[in-house]
Design a binder for this molecule. Structure first.
Ligand code: FPP
Length: 234
């Protein structure tokens, strides 16, 4: 089913809050449903033999939400790490996290690092979870690294190329996404993978994240198949 040029799908999982409202439930209920859907979509991607799945779980800007909501999402993610730790090994998943983990409580950071290490020898789906992530923050961080390396005479200005920048991004070992999906009807990139999405196909759907199931993913893949990717050429 997957076309050979579709290796990396990135998803902005949006609409948990509106899903909850639609069902007369608190926002936290929507996030819970959303995190259950994360597990389902991961399974679907494994079955499709996708190489890489990137999920925007928590943005840098999300720290500005009410404390109770932030705490709830952090707890959900913590639960997710605990319950999925065994599954990731069984499912042959390679876990990556992109973002500024230092903003999380240190036990979360440690859990993440442990699980990244534990799954690093796996060979199946690469699951990249963007957490406390912002595309501009990532590029800024890469710039600072470059400046340090320049100051330490580790790199010359004439050697600064796209690869030198890419190597300093949080996603340095990933290929660029081929397809970006955003759910819930918003048609923005919202600071997600700004560098990496340069030539990605973009699919917007009004379906809210908790309702975005296997069928909806397949619709996005069908859309991708109709695209002719030229990368700026003719
Ligand atoms: C967007 O919905 C969703 C978030 C900001 C959080 C996403 C979190 C999860 C899916 C669960 C935790 C993640 C993992 C990997 C277990 P929104 O709150 O912006 O919805 P709204 O725009 O309708 O208010």
């Amino acid at each position: 089913l997957l076309p050979s040029n579709l290796k990396h799908i990135a998803i902005i999982m949006d609409g948990n809050g509106r899903w909850a409202k639609k069902h007369f439930k608190p926002r936290s209920f929507g996030h819970k449903k959303g995190s259950e859907n994360v597990k389902k979509i991961i399974k679907t991607c494994i079955n499709l033999e996708l190489k890489t799945l990137s999920l925007f779980a928590f943005s840098f800007e999300n720290w500005e939400r009410p404390k109770s909501e932030v705490n709830f999402i952090v707890k959900l993610f913590d639960n997710f790490l605990d319950t999925e730790a065994k599954n990731f090994v069984k499912q042959n998943i390679i876990l990556k996290i992109s973002g500024d983990l230092s903003k999380f409580p240190s036990y979360i950071e440690e859990k993440c690092l442990k699980l990244i290490e534990k799954t690093s020898q796996n060979t199946g789906l690469t699951l990249n979870i963007a957490l406390s992530y912002g595309g501009r923050q990532e590029i800024l961080n890469a710039c600072k690294n470059l400046c340090c390396d320049f100051k330490d005479s580790k790199i010359k200005i004439e050697d600064i190329d796209f690869k030198a920048i890419n190597d300093r991004l949080w996603t340095s070992d990933l290929e660029d996404p081929d397809l970006l999906i955003r759910t819930s009807g918003e048609t923005r990139i919202s600071n997600f993978m700004l560098w990496q999405l340069a030539y990605s196909e973009i699919y917007f759907t009004s379906v809210l994240w908790p309702d975005f199931n296997e069928l909806e993913l397949k619709k996005a893949i069908e859309f991708y198949k109709t695209r002719e990717r030229r990368f700026g050429k003719v």
